[in-house]
Design a protein around this ligand. Structure first.
Ligand code: PGA
Length: 258
């Protein structure tokens, strides 16, 4: 695992946006780039930077197919807190991606298991995901793979932990009763099947999850620790998120970055 420690969240976003833009270049409609994407406050600035780069003519999403990580169960796609809305308001609607290439799980599907199986099949049809970008929850989850998720899991329905419900209630006017109890999410195995995985973490609230993911054991309690087994896993964090790493770990990654 590579760990890149940047000064602040702006630098994390700038790095992630440049990285994605660089990977996308040169792809065609016949061989599109397949990009896995998250929602949340962490990637917000990365999307803003990518939109800026698109407006400057530095990147195009015309030959990109995306698969979002997750979606709440029971929220209509037009609900202001649905991940559909988030993606269309903050990214897809502002760049040149073809609507039919932007895949997001349907949390209103009548048969949720069938929807998850369809999603996995579609990812495979494209030959897998080239680069999966993600964030981390304070409990160490990647996508909605909450603590004790199988590290081989594929796309499925997950019940959210109280910690996640409380953390996400900030988007629902602070009212935990408004936060859906379940979500559809790609599995840890789905993420690890991507050719590259880029996980972003910013702010001191993520420092424990970062520590457990980088220095802790490969363990289903901190599902981000599964990144340790990926041949091309990169964790990009800011200084506050690095706050609980041991001095030696911190120095090691700062040194090799030079
Ligand atoms: P956040 O969420 O970016 O809003 O902190 C990350 C996550 O829960 O995966």
């Amino acid at each position: 695992m590579r760990v890149l420690i940047k000064n602040d969240e702006q630098s994390v976003a700038a790095f992630a946006a440049e990285y994605i833009a660089c990977r996308i270049k040169g792809h065609t409609g016949e061989a599109p780039f397949v990009l896995g994407l998250p929602t949340g406050s962490t990637p917000f600035k990365t999307y803003a930077r990518l939109v800026e780069m698109y407006r400057e003519g530095r990147v195009s999403f015309a030959n990109v197919v995306t698969f979002n990580m997750d979606e709440y169960v029971g929220l209509d796609r037009e609900h202001p807190q649905s991940y559909h809305r988030f993606m269309w308001d903050n990214f897809f609607g502002l760049v040149d991606i073809k609507p039919e290439n932007a895949n997001i799980l349907d949390g209103m599907a009548l048969d949720l298991a069938e929807e998850c199986a369809r999603y996995e099949k579609k990812i495979q049809w494209y030959g897998g995901i080239d680069l999966f970008m993600g964030g981390i929850g304070t409990d160490g989850h990647i996508a909605f793979n909450e603590p004790f998720s199988s590290l081989n899991s594929r796309t499925r329905v997950k019940t959210l932990t109280q910690e996640t419900i409380e953390s996400n209630s900030r988007f629902f006017g602070g009212d935990t009763s408004q936060v859906p109890r379940e979500a559809l999410t790609v599995g840890v195995g789905t993420i690890l099947s991507a050719k590259e995985v880029l996980i972003l973490a910013t702010g001191s609230a993520k420092a424990t999850a970062v520590k457990m993911g980088v220095e802790g054991a490969y363990n289903h309690k901190w599902t981000v620790s599964a990144l340790q087994t990926h041949p091309h896993g990169i964790l990009v964090i800011d200084e506050p998120a690095a706050g609980e790493l041991t001095v030696n770990t911190y120095r090691y990654f700062k040194e090799i970055e030079k």
